[in-house]
Design a protein around this ligand. Structure first.
Ligand SMILES: Nc1nc2c(ncn2[C@@H]2O[C@H](COP(=O)(O)OP(=O)(O)OP(=O)(O)O)[C@@H](O)[C@H]2O)c(=O)[nH]1
Length: 318
């Protein structure tokens, strides 16, 4: 995998080639309610897992860029946390970041789940997007889950789109059916432009960040109830040698009871999380990984601006 940390030294900027004439490029914000499939769409479009996904709503916490370069265009997808009614400081920061992301993109892909009808959350986002002058495309995702007779649900989204003159594209991020149409519709709305990133780059995030996310993903998948949302992973140290990469990571939780759940009987849960995350990391770096996990209790970290910032969650304007 190629990421920004090893590719974007000043000298590699010099190596970015000139695009052919008529080449288009730009930033595409992927916006929508939690759990509609935004991160899955980005991973599938760029062809690599750079954003973690899970059936639990509010998986994505950071704005993450995924880059797809074709012969005709470069799309820089900006994955954002799902927009929802926030219940705590962390939630507020996430929603704020998603809204800010819209200000710095050229086109918005507004993703909805077409297996359910348009609801208040979708209408809220549509209103918010209408207040900007950006081109918006409504993406009806999860088409594979929609039984034939439920096509009528599409009308609820079509109404949102028609009222604002937005095009609608239907697809499945799971099967990638409809993706060609999606790419073509997005490309039509981009302006001619340069390569913003080298053509072989798939993300602007350093591997270290993605490693932390891969640990968080296993916690989301393996633990229940309040634990997943109370976790922040910090990669404390990465030691690279010729044959193995050693990663030391802290899993921060808010309460002793959560620490107990994460560690499990005789350390069994932490071991399961570690083994699964290590396998994913090995795919990421294409080499051997040794992973050591620690669990720390940081009371009420989701309410603390300094802890939020320490764990990488801050409202950012870029
Ligand atoms: N069947 C099916 N499942 C999908 C599709 N797209 C995403 N999913 C599943 O939907 C769940 C949520 O996907 P994510 O990509 O994490 O959703 P998200 O919108 O990024 O979620 P947040 O980070 O919570 O905002 C996961 O279990 C995905 O596997 C699809 O096209 N079809």
């Amino acid at each position: 995998m190629t990421d920004a940390s090893d590719s974007l030294s000043p000298s590699s900027y010099d190596l970015i080639p000139q695009p052919p004439s008529g080449f288009k490029s730009g930033f595409v914000g992927i916006i929508g309610r939690p759990n509609v499939g935004k991160s899955t769409i980005m991973n599938q479009l760029v062809g690599q897992k750079i954003a973690i996904t899970s059936p639990i709503a509010q998986t994505t916490r950071n704005r993450l860029r995924g880059i797809l370069t074709t012969a005709e265009a470069q799309f820089i997808f900006v994955d954002t946390p799902g927009i929802h009614k926030p219940h705590h400081q962390l939630g507020k920061v996430l929603v704020e970041n998603a809204k800010l992301a819209v200000r710095s993109v050229d086109v918005v892909l507004f993703v909805v789940d077409c297996a359910t009808e348009a609801g208040g959350g979708d209408r809220y986002i549509a209103e918010f997007l209408s207040s900007s002058d950006l081109p918006v495309i409504i993406g009806l995702n999860k088409a594979d889950l929609q039984p034939e007779e439920y096509n009528r649900l599409d009308r609820t989204y079509q109404e949102l789109a028609d009222a604002r003159g937005w095009p609608v594209v239907k697809f499945s991020a799971k099967t990638t059916e409809g993706f060609e149409q999606l790419q073509a519709t997005l490309r039509d709305r981009l302006e001619e432009g340069p390569y913003y990133y080298p053509p072989d780059l798939v993300t602007d995030q350093p591997e270290r960040f993605i490693m932390g996310e891969l640990i968080r993903e296993q916690i989301l998948l393996l633990t229940r109830e309040e634990v997943p949302h109370s976790v922040a992973v910090e990669i404390e140290r990465v030691q690279e040698s010729d044959d193995i990469t050693r990663v030391f990571a802290a899993i921060n939780v808010e309460r002793d009871s959560q620490k107990g759940i994460l560690i499990g009987k005789k350390g069994s849960m932490l071991k399961t999380i570690g083994t699964a995350a290590r396998e994913q990391m090995q795919k990421l770096i294409m080499g051997q990984v040794y992973l050591e996990l620690f669990v720390k209790v940081r009371s009420k970290w989701r309410q603390s601006p300094s802890r939020l910032s320490q764990f990488g969650y801050k409202v950012s304007q870029d």
